[in-house]
Write a protein that binds this ligand. Structure first.
Ligand code: FO1
Length: 318
């Protein structure tokens, strides 16, 4: 059995290659829920949505989030109410875009949670509805919120992850992150982890995607105990993130935005780091951090390249 620790886009794309290499029923994907938010009274789980829609081949490939062939009538219709709402109200907000078809997912999730179902149960149901045969789990059934300290107009401000990422287009400097709730939230996947032959850390943001998963109780110690079976794929290639703010965030928070910086963060829990060919000259520097380093094409441009990446990752342990 293979467990993949996942954020959003990078992890989702990698999973599409992994299912070409191994039986999806042998894969469990554990997804970050620190990005989760409430909008219009609806529970949104962006990374779970991105993984679900990507694995189901229904994602909008340009945006990397939401559904392909989407329409936006509900969002446009909110404009009528935006004109009359009190200034103090956050109702009718349109900075976080929910497509008409995508809304069905959030309506279903919210209704099932209100009936008392756990997020794990609802996630399994949503995955089934999309024909997904791998096991998908949120990292926890308990609430965890990633909060981001930013500098805006010269002042320090704490905002939710989506207020940083979407509302401010992750275009402001970050001075800190905190994962609220991880001290008490129970991880859903410790026994799954212990039973895994291979654990793959997907090419996701090491700070805000893997950070919340690692901050849950006993996760890091479990990974450390099975370190030789843990393989990570660097989300940083040639000093830059392929998508999102991982490179800037690493630098702003005092890490190195390179495969060596990623190696330092993962060295305690992971024996192998897979890096891109563009970083081949840093192989020895990664190995100096105490990890085995495999070099391959990690830029998932085609199904063949993604499948080949999955094969290299699995070869590290199998
Ligand atoms: N990302 C955006 O950049 N803009 C959006 O308006 C947006 C809406 C959205 C709605 C549902 C959903 O599941 C995801 C959505 N995302 C949007 C993606 C998302 O919030 C981020 O990519 C992740 O949180 C980072 O992993």
């Amino acid at each position: 059995m293979i467990t993949v620790l996942a954020g959003g886009v990078g992890a989702a794309r990698f999973l599409r290659g992994l299912v070409l290499e191994v039986d999806p029923q042998d894969i469990t994907v554990v997804v970050n829920t620190g990005d989760d938010t409430m909008m219009h009274g609806l529970r949104i789980s962006p990374d779970l949505d991105t993984v679900t829609y990507t694995v189901a081949a229904a994602i909008d490939p340009q945006r990397g989030w939401g559904l392909a062939n989407e329409s936006w009538i509900a969002m446009e219709s909110l404009a009528r109410y935006a004109a009359v709402k009190p200034d103090s109200s956050s109702a009718a907000g349109t900075w976080f875009n929910l497509g008409d078809r995508d809304l069905a997912t959030h309506l279903y999730r919210t209704a099932r949670l209100a009936e008392g179902a756990t997020l794990s149960e609802v996630t399994t149901e949503i995955a089934r509805a999309w024909g997904i045969t791998m096991k998908m789990m949120p990292m926890s059934d308990d609430p965890v919120s990633t909060m981001v300290d930013i500098i805006e107009d010269g002042a320090e401000l704490r905002v939710s992850f989506q207020e940083y990422f979407v509302k401010r287009h992750h275009g402001v400097p970050v001075t800190g992150v905190e994962f609220i709730g991880t001290k008490t939230a129970q991880p859903t996947f410790l026994s799954t982890l212990r039973d895994s032959e291979v654990v793959i850390i997907a090419p996701s943001n090491p700070i805000v995607s893997l950070g919340p998963i690692r901050a849950l109780g006993h996760v890091d110690s479990t990974l450390t105990a099975m370190r030789s079976q843990v393989v990570a794929i660097s989300p940083i290639v040639a000093g830059a993130a392929l998508k999102g703010p991982a490179d800037r965030m690493l630098t702003e928070l005092g890490h190195e935005a390179s495969v060596v910086g990623v190696a330092r963060l993962y060295a305690p829990i992971c024996a192998t780091l897979v890096i891109d060919e563009q970083d081949a000259h840093l192989q020895t520097a990664v190995e100096r951090e105490g990890l085995r380093c495999l070099v391959t094409d990690t830029i998932m441009r085609t199904p063949e390249i993604t499948q080949s990446l999955a094969r290299v990752v699995l070869s590290a342990v199998r």
